[in-house]
Design a protein around this ligand. Structure first.
Ligand code: DGL
Length: 268
């Protein structure tokens, strides 16, 4: 690739909202010298049930904003947006993209009885990209798909232990447990923030698959391949900037619950 990017530039990460912060945390741990610009498209969250035309438009606007800010690579920390746009964006923009998708492969390694539950948004589960991915494995295992409307909204509001969140989880997990699943894939980055609750509400032997840490390995690989790793170890460790298209006050209070207190969020 002919790279207009250089290695001291930041990495851009975006999601419909705060879900991608679960990916950001792993990236920051794995690549602590990289500066990061994070954009939550909170004004348009959730993406999960929206018309895919809107998701494509929003992802384009945010991608072009990140490119204008001078990022060297973009992580689409959203399964729903990845499913809709990553292939066309890779053709369209001269910048490396890393996306997220439900971790079926690691689930196949983890399952003992061959019954895997996939928790994801309706849009991810009905996308052509997910269909192609899941088709590769249907001869090996049984994939049980569970759309989870309402769950991302609860995380978006920081309500991870709220009775409504637990009630929704109970409904979705009961449906999967009736199918005898022994492994659950978190196919939406928002659900990573609920992994403790999911563990507690599931049978003891349930394996929970979250690909957030695998994304940081993939990003490391892509940056290395494109000679874009930042070797300046003096880069400030605090060089993460948070932006939202919605209310900065609201996102700040969600960050307080999910990440850390007193992080500053700017509205774009
Ligand atoms: N966090 C997103 C995902 O991974 C989308 C959740 C939503 O906006 O519905 O799919």
């Amino acid at each position: 690739m002919n790279n207009p990017q250089n290695n001291s530039q930041p990495i851009g990460i975006f999601d419909s909202g705060v879900g991608g912060l679960s990916v950001l945390q792993h990236i920051h741990q794995r690549l602590p010298h990289e500066a990061i610009l994070y954009i939550a498209d909170s004004a348009y969250a959730p993406y999960g049930c929206k018309d895919t035309k809107i998701i494509k438009q929003r992802s384009k606007i945010i991608t072009e904003h990140l490119i204008a800010q001078g990022v060297k690579a973009i992580v689409i920390a959203c399964n729903t947006a990845t499913a809709s746009v990553i292939e066309s964006f890779r053709r369209q923009y001269n910048i490396p993209f890393v996306g997220v998708e439900p971790g079926i492969k690691p689930a196949i390694v983890a399952t003992k009885n061959g019954h895997i539950g996939i928790m994801a948004t309706s849009n991810t589960l009905s996308s052509a990209r997910y269909h192609k991915l899941s088709q590769r494995f249907t001869s090996k295992v049984h994939l049980h798909h569970q759309p989870c409307p309402g769950l991302a909204d609860q995380v978006e509001a920081g309500l991870i232990n709220d009775p409504k969140t637990i009630q929704l989880l109970q409904i979705y997990l009961n449906k999967l447990q009736q199918k005898q699943v022994d492994t659950i894939v978190l196919g939406c980055t928002h659900y990573s923030f609920l992994s403790q609750q999911i563990k507690q509400l599931s049978i003891d032997s349930m394996s929970i698959i979250d690909t957030s840490s695998a994304i940081s390995e993939q990003l490391l690989y892509v940056l290395t391949k494109n000679n874009l790793i930042n070797h300046n170890v003096h880069q400030k460790k605090t060089s993460i900037q948070y932006f939202t298209t919605g209310s900065s006050r609201k996102m700040q209070s969600t960050l307080n619950c999910l990440v850390a207190p007193n992080l500053s969020v700017k509205k774009i």
